[in-house]
Design a protein around this ligand. Structure first.
Ligand code: SF4
Length: 345
């Protein structure tokens, strides 16, 4: 027997004729759509305005699986890490980060990751599979409810910076971002969404062609090829020159400045020369720089840069007219900080 498809793998335009072919009026498709995308239900049986007989037909025709929030941990700084149990039993993590002016949801795009960046806990896991668009969307959906409950405010920003390399799950990432911003989904502003990549040149170019309205960040972490090769394998086949030209193409097509993410690693990329090389790179494309405090990961050989040195590094960038901010790491005590997501249940 052919395996049933999840009802959320259909677009609304595809779902309408499907439901009509089952003898239902067009408005029924919209009702079902609203249940599966906009309401917090996990089963067809919970759809109260759908006739009982037709619910049975829906169950026979489609799958409907929604990740469930498993364990959540709250940090002393208010950050919450959520474990998501997927329909097939796999597990990913998302993080809610509250600050005074925003609540950011950091979400995952793959189970594990194939890229093995030297400083990252997720990279130790190996990639198991890509997430479906609705599995990515549901992390935002569920964390938005949690955010309203915990902080009395909805999510304001979304970053694809959790487990996995988003551009290696291109179509699901693009569709999930569309659904997050669509009126038929969560209707959040695409300008509040940032997709962060380790740097896959071809895919950045492909994304540029699409002219998305969301933002793009490059996890840079080293401003010359030799150093970047040491910590990010992917750089050996996607060097900085090619990446910069792809990022310029993204800027030309979208008008969105890109962000360089740069984790400060003690005695590796935090010298005055490193700061100067970063300035040179950042000048090559309309951009800003986010410096990120590192959180040591057990079994990995890196340490964090001292606060005073990190601040000096930032000041050097700003003095050279590169917009730069220094992001204090959040959720360290629950392994929810940048590079720490490792599916430790
Ligand atoms: S930093 Fe990102 S791309 Fe690199 S191993 Fe970790 S999750 Fe994968």
């Amino acid at each position: 027997m052919e395996k049933k498809k999840d009802i959320r793998s259909y677009s609304l335009d595809d779902l309408i004729p499907k439901i009509e072919s089952m003898g239902q009026p067009k408005f029924r498709a919209r009702q079902v759509w609203d249940w599966v995308w906009k309401k917090d239900v996990g089963d067809f049986d919970e759809m109260r305005n759908i006739p009982k007989d037709f619910l049975k037909e829906l169950k026979d025709a489609f799958d409907f699986s929604r990740p469930r929030i498993g364990e959540t941990q709250k940090s002393s700084d208010g950050t919450i890490k959520c474990g998501f149990k997927l329909g097939d039993g796999e597990y990913v993590e998302g993080v809610l980060i509250p600050t005074e002016d925003r609540i950011t949801a950091c979400i995952s795009s793959q189970v594990g990751c194939s890229l093995s960046c030297a400083f990252c806990a997720t990279g130790l896991l190996k990639r198991k599979r890509n997430l479906e668009a609705f599995e990515i969307y549901d992390q935002v959906f569920k964390m938005n409810l949690l955010s309203k409950r915990e902080y009395q405010r909805p999510i304001s920003n979304i970053v694809y910076m959790g487990m996995g390399e988003p551009l290696l799950n291109y179509s699901s990432v693009v569709r999930s971002a569309e659904m997050i911003s669509s009126v038929d989904g969560l209707h959040m502003s695409p300008s509040r969404i940032t997709v962060s990549t380790a740097g896959i040149t071809k895919m950045i170019e492909k994304l540029a062609e699409l002219k998305p309205r969301f933002n793009l960040a490059l996890s840079l972490h080293a401003a010359n090829d030799a150093k970047r090769n040491e910590v990010m394998e992917i750089n050996k086949t996607n060097d900085l020159q090619g990446l910069i030209s792809a990022l310029n193409k993204f800027y030309d097509q979208t008008g969105n400045r890109v962000t360089f993410e740069y984790i400060l690693l003690k005695d590796f990329n935090d010298s005055d020369q490193d700061a100067d090389e970063l300035v040179q790179i950042a000048r090559k494309v309309p951009s800003k720089v986010n410096l990120i405090e590192y959180n040591p990961v057990e079994g990995l050989d890196f340490d964090r840069t001292a606060d005073s040195k990190a601040e000096r590094f930032r000041e050097y960038l700003v003095k050279n007219r590169i917009p730069a901010s220094l992001r204090r790491s959040r959720g360290k005590d629950i392994d929810a900080a940048c590079g720490q997501l490792a599916g430790k249940k």
